[in-house]
Design a binder for this molecule. Sequence first.
Ligand code: ADP
Ligand code: MG
Length: 238
Amino acid sequence: LRERPSHLENLSVIGELAASAVHEIKNPLFSIRGFLQIIDNSFSEDDKRKEYTRIMISEIDRLEGLVRDLLMLAKTRIGSDESVTVCELIRDIAELYKNRMEMQNIKFSLRAEDESACILGNREQLEQVFINLIQNALEAMENGGNIEVVTSRKNEKVVIEVRDDGKGISPEAEKKIFSPFFTTKKNGTGLGLFLSKKIVEDHRGRIYFQSTEGKGTVFFLEFPVQNGEDRQAENPSE
Ligand code: ADP
Ligand code: MG
C-alpha cells in the first residue's frame, strides 16, 4: 500500500540488534540494582550513604526506562499492516491500566461515535502510542481525576482525543514536548511523545495538543479512516 523506503529495511535489522542489546544491558542493570538494594537495606535511615544508594537506584531505573524506549524507537514496522479497530485497542489498554487507575483514584471513560472505526497499521506500535498518552495522563494526575477518550469520524479521518484534567503543560514546555529527551519528570525519559509522533506520522497521521496549566491537557490524533468498503476493495479474497 505504502512505498517503504529501503532505509527502513536496514532499520529493522537495527531493531533486531537493538532488541538483543537491550537484553544484554538489562541483565547487568538488574543485578546491579539488586545488590545496591541489599547495600541500601544495610544502612540505617540516618546514614548519609543511604542517600547515595537511593540516587544510584533511581538512576538505574531511569536507565532501564531509557533503554526500553530506545528499543521501541529502533523497532520499525515489521510484518504487514492490519486493520485496527480503534475502540477495541483503547479498551484493551484501559484494561491494562485498570488497577493503577483505581489505586490513583482516576476515572476512565471512552466515548465512541463510531465503534467500528478502523485504521490501517501496526497494532503493536499504535498500542505504544496510546500507552504513552495514557501513561502521561496518569503521571499528570497524581491526586486523581478523569481520563476521557473520545473517538469520532471527521470526513475521511478518524479523530481520537485523549483528555485529562491533570496539571497541564507550561507554555515554556509546550514547544519542547515532542523533542527527544525533553522531560519534566524525575524518572522520565523524554522519549514517549517523540516516539508517538514518529509512529503517528508513519501511519500518515497527525498528533497535536491543547493544554491549560492547572486544568488539563487534550491530545488529538488523526488518522486516515479505513472503513468496511475500503477493506473489501483492498482484500477482495476476504
Ligand atoms: P516523559 O513522560 O518521559 O517525561 P514524554 O515524551 O512522554 O516523556 O513527555 C514529555 C513531557 O511532556 C513530560 O515530561 C511532561 O512535561 C509533558 N507532558 C506530556 N503529556 C502530558 C500531560 N498529559 N499532562 C501534562 N504534561 C504532559
Ligand atoms: Mg511519557
